[in-house]
Write a protein that binds this ligand. Structure first.
Ligand SMILES: [Fe+2]
Length: 461
């Protein structure tokens, strides 16, 4: 039995173990009703002009879509470009926004759009001033308002690493799904060894020009956070006393941060940084955390301000699902890995983790989505009997970097392990989350390089 077969058997038994929703949204005696699927969308817009790969070969990225707005980012060799946006109407596409003469800054174009219609598919291009040459056609979908009631389908991955000719095969399949959004959990680039903005840019260019990633981010909007490799492997600012660290100074961090924020379309959070909330009406709130930029090794994993923010957001959320988007695992892996490298996950910061777990346990519908550890999993946040044992974590990726072969260290079929880790996948993957606010279920699927589902569960909330 090869590695994949072992994991398929784990995934298959886990699927059988999954139960269906218990219907908390309807009154006694009534069957819960599935929420409607996403609305159909027309074939992509037949945009004018021809695709010019030399001038517009970098990915188009749309990000942080709201009910009426989005941030668009692209790189180009053109000094000025026009941006044209069309929205789905009854029969096809209608132009809803046009910005002409947008100046590129050091080859980068960034546009914030507002005034868009909620829960509507949009297509967009950047074009040369004469309109003859353009980017690929990008797509994104604005978020539903509080009136919206339907399934939300989101993709997610972490740990890409430029794969040379191999690329990120699974992401080509994600690109065909017209997702509501795609979560980038961090290690989107492995820019280790970079020191200047241009050196960081070269790594972003490597990923963004890779066809599978380019096609994925042209097909939906992204919601991104970062992990260590956007800066340097296990970086620490200033003097550190840990091991296996890259000690960096503020100017170095500023260069890496500049390249990240230039490449990724996002709006600053409430403190001007990465942690922020994206809302999908009453269906889902996505709480994007920054578990890298505020870390002090062995002291704290996030600032007190960020921890207070996420606990308040969890308590205040009116959405059916609260997605906590964390680059590293929130799970307590003491039963799996003991204390190995626990300083690189929430487990190593128990006082802050206790606060996060208590806030998540206090409200319904919380799901952690995480990356970093280079194996895919649907796992419980804590061993049986511990606070957090009823919470779930969907660990996604890697999508191109080295796979962590957990099964060489641990017997995954051991009952105690399997109860906390019902689905483990040691293969390249991305995650698909189908959130159904009618049944109050999250269907979690780990999708492989050929588009097939390698492990899945239906989690009732
Ligand atoms: Fe990674």
């Amino acid at each position: 039995m090869n590695r994949r077969e072992v994991l398929l058997s784990v995934g298959a038994s886990a699927t059988l173990l999954a139960c269906s929703g218990d219907g908390t949204t309807d009154g006694p005696g009534t069957e819960p009703t599935p929420a409607p699927d996403r609305p159909a969308e027309p074939e992509p817009w037949a945009a004018p002009g021809t695709y010019d790969e030399a001038a517009f070969g970098w990915s188009l990225l749309a990000g942080d879509a709201t009910t009426d707005g989005v941030v668009l980012v692209a790189r180009t060799t053109e000094p000025t470009v026009d941006c044209v946006v069309v929205a789905q109407d009854g029969t096809g596409w209608t132009e809803v926004a046009r910005k002409t003469g947008v100046t590129s800054t050091e080859g980068s174009v960034r546009i914030e759009l507002d005034g868009l219609t909620p829960d509507t598919a949009h297509n967009w291009i950047l074009a040369s001033a004469d309109g003859a040459r353009r980017t690929l056609v990008g797509r994104f979908r604005t978020a539903p308002t509080n009136d919206g009631h339907r399934k939300l389908v989101i993709g997610a991955t972490s740990c890409l690493n430029p794969g040379g000719d191999v690329g990120f095969p699974g992401l080509s399949f994600a690109a065909t799904e017209r997702l509501d959004a795609f979560l980038l959990l961090g290690d989107t680039v492995y820019a280790d060894g970079s020191r200047t903005v241009d050196e960081y840019r070269a790594f972003w260019r490597g990923v963004c020009a890779t066809p599978s990633f380019r096609d994925l981010v042209a097909s939906t909007s992204v919601i991104a956070t970062w992990d260590d490799h956007e800066v340097a492997n296990n970086w620490t600012l200033g003097a550190g006393d840990g091991f296996n660290e890259t000690l960096i100074d503020q100017a170095w961090l500023d260069d890496a941060t500049f390249a990240f924020k230039e490449a990724i379309p996002m709006r600053p959070g409430p403190n001007g940084g990465i942690w922020r909330k994206l809302s999908y009406g009453t269906i889902a709130d996505i709480l994007v955390m920054d578990c890298r930029g505020e870390r002090q090794e062995d002291v704290r994993i996030v600032s007190d301000e960020q921890l207070q923010w996420v606990t308040e957001q969890l308590a205040q959320s009116q959405a059916a699902f609260k997605i906590v988007m964390v680059s590293i695992h929130a799970a307590d892996h003491s039963a799996l890995l003991g204390f190995i490298e626990e300083e690189d996950r929430w487990q190593g910061y128990p006082s802050q983790r206790d606060v996060l777990v208590a806030a998540a346990e206090a409200v319904p519908g919380v799901l952690f989505v995480t990356g970093d550890m280079h194996y895919g999993a649907i796992q419980k946040l804590s061993p049986a009997g511990e606070p957090g044992e009823g919470l779930w974590e969907f660990a996604v990726g890697p999508s191109g970097s080295e796979v962590f072969l957990l099964s060489t260290l641990v017997n995954l079929a051991n009952d105690e392990v399997a109860s906390q880790y019902p689905v483990v996948l040691e293969d390249w993957n991305w995650g698909r989350l189908t959130l159904d606010p009618g049944l109050m279920t999250a269907t979690l699927e780990l999708v492989g390089d050929d588009g097939s589902v390698l492990g899945s569960m239906i989690i009732p909330f």
